[in-house]
Ligand binder design. Structure first.
Ligand SMILES: *[C@@H]1O[C@H](CO)[C@@H](O)[C@H](O)[C@H]1NC(C)=O
Ligand SMILES: *[C@@H]1O[C@H](CO)[C@@H](O)[C@H](O)[C@H]1NC(C)=O
Ligand SMILES: *[C@@H]1O[C@H](CO)[C@@H](O)[C@H](O)[C@H]1NC(C)=O
Length: 182
């Protein structure tokens, strides 16, 4: 998938007009080692974009969130339903949009999305309310290596090599497009 000219233009104008989200809709999720928000997500310390992915495509029932390196073409957007505490993203496959909903986040488990209605425990907190929280705590997200070698978001992951992170809601995509130098 590639950005159409239109969606790039929309993205750029969104970047210029409002760099921090004003509503709990249509934001990107990025990880950073810093808790304080930045009006320019590229300037968050150690920032990484994120995208949902299927660790076991054969079952195809559960998505996790993984980190993305620079050079991606598209980034999925997320919404948060404050009344149910559910974080969601809509992915389109064969022209059929499916809303993937987060399940209740548990200690030492991945952030997970399923294609079913859910009740969860996700909210926003921290300075300016730009940090994703679980049960009101913004401290506890970790990045751990998955079975297939991806860097995956966990809540309070305790495995060796898990590192602490903050999950930010932002409206501008970080390090958006890497230009290839030949
Ligand atoms: C955001 O920061 C990056 C990296 O410092 C910079 O290249 C970019 O121009 C900035 N974007 C805006 C809209 O200021
Ligand atoms: C995700 O949750 C929303 C709100 O409850 C619901 O409308 C939607 O159908 C759910 N997604 C799926 C695939 O069931
Ligand atoms: C989060 O904080 C609010 C306000 O202090 C409180 O009413 C609510 O019960 C807390 N939620 C959790 C899951 O701790």
């Amino acid at each position: 998938m590639r950005f159409s000219t239109l969606s790039l233009a929309t993205l750029l104008s969104a970047t210029i007009s409002s760099a921090l989200p004003t509503a709990l809709t249509e934001f990107y999720l990025v990880t950073s080692s810093q808790a304080d928000p930045s009006s320019n997500s590229s300037q968050l310390q150690g920032v990484s974009a994120t995208t949902p992915f299927d660790e076991s495509p054969i079952s195809g029932t559960k998505l996790l969130l993984r980190l993305l390196e620079p050079g991606y073409n598209t980034l999925p957007k997320f919404n948060l339903d404050a009344s149910t505490g559910v974080l969601s993203t809509t992915l389109t496959s064969s022209n059929v949009p499916t809303q993937w909903n987060s399940t209740t986040v548990q200690d030492n488990a991945e952030l997970q999305f399923v294609a079913e209605p859910q009740k969860a425990n996700i909210g926003l907190g921290g300075k300016g309310e730009y940090l994703l929280s679980v049960g009101n705590a913004t401290d506890g997200w970790t990045i751990c290596e998955s079975g297939s070698g991806e860097s995956v978001l966990w809540w309070k992951g305790t495995a060796e090599g898990c590192s602490k992170t903050y999950l930010h809601a932002v409206t501008d995509a970080p390090y958006q497009r890497k230009l290839r130098v030949r």
